[in-house]
Design a protein around this ligand. Structure first.
Ligand code: EPZ
Length: 428
């Protein structure tokens, strides 16, 4: 069931928010349990719909799965390698992350093609090309991807034309079972990549260089279940700091790590916010009114993260002055702009950029979330707007933010969640 969030805006958010485990770390780590024998305990695992979808896939593959109080227990000793049904694959676009692990474990993987989503076409050519270089035979057609490697996977030197997060992860997973050594050049450097490598090394893999542009994986190690605590979600942390910024509030993101937001914190400071590293996280104290930042460009990590582009665009809507936001990672990641304009923002899309002229106030209206981070941006704008804002399509938001209404209410926001019609499906 999808739902909507009703917001009465204009109140400053104040208080502390516990930042949960990172969705984009938990998902590949859950997929990685397919490579292990025995039981793994994954702590600080966020209770999100995408995590639940991953656990369903693991169950379908024959794993014994339990999830309680933020801890996922997965025993993948007995697996059946059945093709993952389309319904489960469609639950979550990033289920493509199971490709490398299933292929490595069973020598064959049949998945439905993930397809595009609201933020872009989301091709997987880099994933498939890399697996091909490792000896996989890849067939695509009829909406399906069939990968086989009857002679097993072999280590290879993989140069990614773009530091794709998912492709880096799929190669790391496949390389753990390959014969020989795999080196990934131009690898993604996100903290979630380091977290995946930490889990795999704890399970018995030999991976070096995760977090840098060159990762070396020695294949052929037998992996056993292990215990791992997922890192804090840097995107959720940045999102809730943005909630403080846009409402002239003061919020501490407990568990947030400054080293994972090195190119984000200066943007908040340039907007006039005071951002302090405190003993248990990051605290943001916002000014009465934000200053516009002249230019934000999204880049692969450690550049400004694309997943915080929409929340920061929302902040710019009420800032003093004009700013430009250039999204360089996904070709269609401005789907939140019409909703922001409907709330009274002054934004023009020109030449692949959003030109945002800050206005004195936004006015509540009914808007619709079309993707995860864009949906959260609309909630942020509603928190700043005068009057009542209704954001529908909240199934998108629930994919990446745990208990968003409860969390915002705990910070003083006047919000409530309402269930509405059937789920509007999933996206990226
Ligand atoms: C991961 O997506 C994240 N998802 C995304 O978070 C995040 O925005 C993205 O990395 C970039 O940081 C998960 O980790 C589950 P990419 P992913 O492969 O792996 C192109 C969120 O909101 N590309 O790094 O799909 C692609 O089209 C989500 O939490 C190819 O061309 O991202 C895009 O333009 C959204 N061919 C760019 O690379 C490929 O084979 C970045 O994609 C693969 C990607």
């Amino acid at each position: 069931m999808s739902g909507k969030i009703e917001i009465i805006g204009g109140l400053p958010l104040r208080g502390r928010v516990e930042i949960r485990g990172a969705k984009n770390s938990a998902l590949p780590i859950l997929a990685a349990t397919v490579l292990t024998r025995g039981e793994s305990k994954i702590r600080n695992c966020p209770a999100l719909s995408d995590v639940r979808a991953s656990l369903e896939i693991l169950k379908y593959l024959g794993c014994c799965v339990r999830f309680r109080d933020g801890e996922a227990t997965v025993d993948s000793t007995e697996l059946n390698g059945a093709p993952i049904p389309e319904t489960l694959m469609r639950e979550m676009r990033s289920s493509i992350i199971f490709l490398g692990a299933v292929l490595a474990r069973f020598g064959e993987a049949r998945l439905c093609a993930p397809g595009g989503c609201d933020i872009g076409l989301r091709p997987i050519d880099l994933h498939l090309g890399a697996l091909g270089e490792m000896g996989a035979r890849v067939r695509e057609g009829g909406g399906m991807i069939v990968c086989t490697c009857p002679d097993g996977l072999r280590g290879a030197d993989i140069s990614l034309s773009f530091p794709s997060v998912g492709a880096t992860e799929n190669v790391m997973l496949a390389a753990c079972a390959a014969k020989g050594t795999t080196r990934i050049f131009n690898a993604a450097r996100e903290p979630e990549i380091e977290d995946l490598a930490a889990f795999l090394n704890c399970a018995g893999a030999r991976i070096r260089g995760a977090g840098s542009a060159e990762i070396v994986i020695e294949g052929g190690k037998r992996l056993s279940g292990c215990e791992h605590t997922v890192i804090a979600d840097r995107i959720a942390a940045g999102s809730y700091l943005a909630a403080a910024a846009i409402t002239a509030g003061s919020v501490t993101a407990v568990g947030a790590r400054a080293e994972h937001l090195r190119t984000v914190l200066p943007v908040f400071r340039a907007m006039g916010c005071e951002v302090t590293e405190v003993c248990d996280g990051l605290r943001l104290d916002a000014p009465q009114r934000l200053d516009a930042v002249r230019y934000i460009r999204t880049m692969p990590y450690p550049g400004f993260p694309t997943d915080l582009q929409a929340p920061l665009t929302a902040c710019m809507c009420v800032a003093r002055g004009t700013g430009i936001v250039r999204e360089t990672i996904f070709e269609n990641r401005y789907k939140h702009v019409p909703g922001l304009i409907r709330l009274g923002a002054d934004i023009r899309l020109e030449g692949g950029c959003a030109v945002i002229r800050g206005v004195d106030r936004l006015t509540g209206a009914h808007v619709e979330a079309t993707d995860l981070r864009g949906g959260f941006a609309l909630v942020l704008a509603g928190l700043a707007a005068e009057g009542k804002t209704t954001v529908s399509g909240t199934a998108h938001i629930d994919r990446g933010y745990e208990n968003v209404c409860g969390t915002l209410r705990s910070l003083g926001a006047r919000v409530c969640a309402r269930q509405t019609g059937p789920d509007r499906g999933n996206a990226q």
